[in-house]
Design a binder for this molecule. Structure first.
Ligand SMILES: *Cc1c(COP(=O)(O)O)cnc(C)c1O
Length: 342
């Protein structure tokens, strides 16, 4: 007899992509309508800008389906506007919004997207846009491909995170790509992430590139801390990815709970001191794939910064977000788009 998913925490978050994908191409600024095809290999030149020079951007979205009602797609308009920012930063043609939403909806409508390689009520959606031109030199691509992949997601309570404070490498510098969701933002992470895992940590804590003192992000998650009576999160700048989960948490905290949310720089020194004097009571991360997760510890060279284990604010915010996504609470801010599953 198989255990319910919640009791199998050793299973990975994802296994593989759903069997079908959506695809559209852009020639000279004209996009084809989205087509459906078997998820798999595409004919692509190895010199394509997307492969050779990292001209590639993506999104990560989420949808819920209870198996009966229409599927609930979360904040797709926000994902589209971030995709526009990312494409523009890399000088790429942007898929029109209608095409983008249609391709995502097609994926959700297909019941097999939710059932293979394993059945799930939550679908992770990965739109990708990449340059197809195969120039010898790094020139922005005129021919561009847009694909929408999906993958069923496993949800169950996960262990609090242990973060490795990265004092040598940096994620993003001022004027760089940190605020755009580009593949290039991930290329530099493999080595630091591997080192963090070697040190027994789950993820990298990224600090600012200039001083390595200010907290920016945790791997691919935004960061929140409860300090005194305030929910504090690093202020957005071009070195920080503007997470949609981050934004949703801020809205929930402010508008539903009247909690004061402050966006400002947070240093590691302040965090260590605020834990010491008892004013820092909670720390957690926010992202689409991992949703909201607590931080247990930051390993910073020889010292360990340990966080309190009780997380009442985090628990409340996570429940609120989950209830909206699942249709168990009012969609007060119009975050949900319903898509019938055929
Ligand atoms: C995608 C991403 C996030 C989280 O953003 P969400 O919109 O909440 O999923 C945070 N940091 C980085 C670097 C990311 O790529």
């Amino acid at each position: 007899m198989s255990l319910p998913m919640a009791e199998q925490p050793h299973l990975p978050l994802f296994e593989d992509w759903s069997p079908q994908m959506g695809i559209a191409d852009c020639g000279d600024s004209d996009w084809t309508p989205p087509r459906r095809t078997t998820c798999g290999k595409l004919p692509i030149h190895p010199g394509a800008m997307g492969i050779q020079f990292g001209q590639s951007v993506f999104e990560g979205c989420r949808a819920f389906w209870n198996g009966a009602d229409p599927a609930r797609l979360f904040r797709i308009d926000e994902h589209y506007s971030r995709l526009v920012t990312s494409c523009e930063r890399l000088r790429m043609p942007v898929p029109p919004e209608q095409l983008f939403v249609e391709a995502v909806a097609n994926q959700l409508q297909d019941a097999t997207s939710w059932s293979s390689p394993f059945p799930s009520d939550t679908l992770y959606i990965r739109p990708v846009v990449f340059g197809q031109d195969d120039h010898v030199m790094p020139i922005p691509s005129a021919r561009t491909t847009f694909v929408v992949l999906t993958a069923p997601l496993r949800l169950f309570p996960r262990e609090p995170l242990v973060l490795f404070a990265e004092r040598e490498f940096s994620r993003a510098a001022k004027g760089g790509l940190g605020h755009a969701k580009t593949s290039a933002n991930y290329a530099h992470q493999y080595l630091p992430t591997w080192r963090a895992k070697e040190a027994g940590c789950d993820a990298v804590l990224w600090l600012d590139a200039e001083t390595h003192e200010r907290i920016e992000e945790a791997s691919t998650m935004n960061i929140f801390m409860v300090i005194g009576e305030e929910l504090v999160t690093p202020s957005l700048q071009d070195t920080i990815l503007p997470g949609i989960t981050r934004r949703s948490v801020i809205t929930l905290a402010r508008e539903r709970h009247g909690l004061k949310v402050v966006e400002r720089p947070i240093t590691l020194t302040e965090v260590a001191e605020a834990i010491e004097d008892g004013t820092l009571t909670e720390a957690f991360t926010a992202s689409t794939a991992l949703q909201i997760r607590s931080i247990a510890r930051i390993v910073d060279r020889e010292r360990n910064i340990d966080f309190p284990q009780e997380t009442p604010w985090m628990d409340r915010l996570r429940r609120d977000l989950d209830a909206i996504q699942r249709g168990e609470a009012d969609d007060e801010w119009g975050w949900i788009t319903e898509v019938p599953v055929l």
